[in-house]
Design a binder for this molecule. Sequence first.
Ligand SMILES: C[S@@+](CC[C@H](N)C(=O)[O-])C[C@H]1O[C@@H](n2cnc3c(N)ncnc32)[C@H](O)[C@@H]1O
Length: 355
Amino acid sequence: MAGVILYCRAGFENDTANEIQQKAAEIDIYGFVKLNANSGYVQYQCYNPEDAFRLIKQLPLDELVFARQFFAYSQHLQDLDPADRIGPVIEASMSFPGCGELRVEYPDTTEGRELSRFCKKFTVPLRQALRKTSQLSDKLNVYVPVMHVFFVDGRNAYVGYSFSNNNSPLPLGIMRLKFPNEAPSRSTLKLEEAIHVFLDKEEQELRFKSGMNAVDLGACPGGWTYQLVKRGLFVQAVDNGAMAESLMESGQVKHFEEDGFKFRPKKKNVHWLVCDMIEKPDKVARLMARWLRDGDCKEAIFNLKLPMKRRFESYQQAVKIIHDELQGKDPVRYRLKAKHLYHDREEITLHLRAL
Ligand SMILES: C[S@@+](CC[C@H](N)C(=O)[O-])C[C@H]1O[C@@H](n2cnc3c(N)ncnc32)[C@H](O)[C@@H]1O
């Protein structure tokens, strides 16, 4: 395998590149990055071709903040003849382990999305051809690798595979959610996606239980509070703005018109802290860590709005602030995860939990 392709939101290629270079170096893998601005993907080419396989095996995808999906590729097929695109794909995938699923995909950009119909149509004959050569199992098998054919345009594609226990199970690595009409703002989808990304189904049932208490800092008009109320939680909503009437009528919400940086709950009975205040990332990171350190919450989901130019560095700085706050005099064991969610734009979402 020659290298790794990583999908990301258009405009975040540099951040994805900086992150993969650092993460790969941490496991002694070295290479270089090729990218085009706003292309929605990054190509990481390994100096030692065998390392691409090791990279997608040893580096957990959920440790990468900016990549939505990754796979190791063997070849970049160029100038494909529209009359026979199947032959070269079969040839390029000859050395792959047997795969159990085929995904023909494209970059999540305006131009990329124009390929969506073609990719769907092309999947059918390609799948048949791959089954004939036994490169793909007859039925979907989620326990073996996934084959990826990633069309950059109609004539250029990368062919590779990912491991089904270390990839995103979602097409393009994108979680599509339906906007609930009764929610007061679209940002409700950010918290919903975060809950699905950071907690599996069982954890959601255990840790978003009816009757639990939560605090929502920067709550108005109430998109995030809506997600908590929907799950039966009681919410202290902190913001100087106006909360949606429908949420106040639920009887589960108490509105505090106060500064979110000064507010603290009266009792130590809050499980969840959520925070969507638009402020400097280091200031928000410190606040979240201090709530956890002081026992004012057990878990937090929060956004960090990152500056355009140095997003990865700014994220790393926030991680360091949280670490320093929690490893001080009375250390708190914790787990921190971060992801640039599909419903995030200039921000990333983090999950901080006391262990
Ligand atoms: C992006 S909006 C939050 C949207 C909300 N999560 C939702 O889903 O509807 C940011 C909110 O943070 C509030 N905010 C900003 N700074 C604040 C502070 N220091 N204290 C309390 N609220 C603050 C703003 O008033 C604004 O309503």
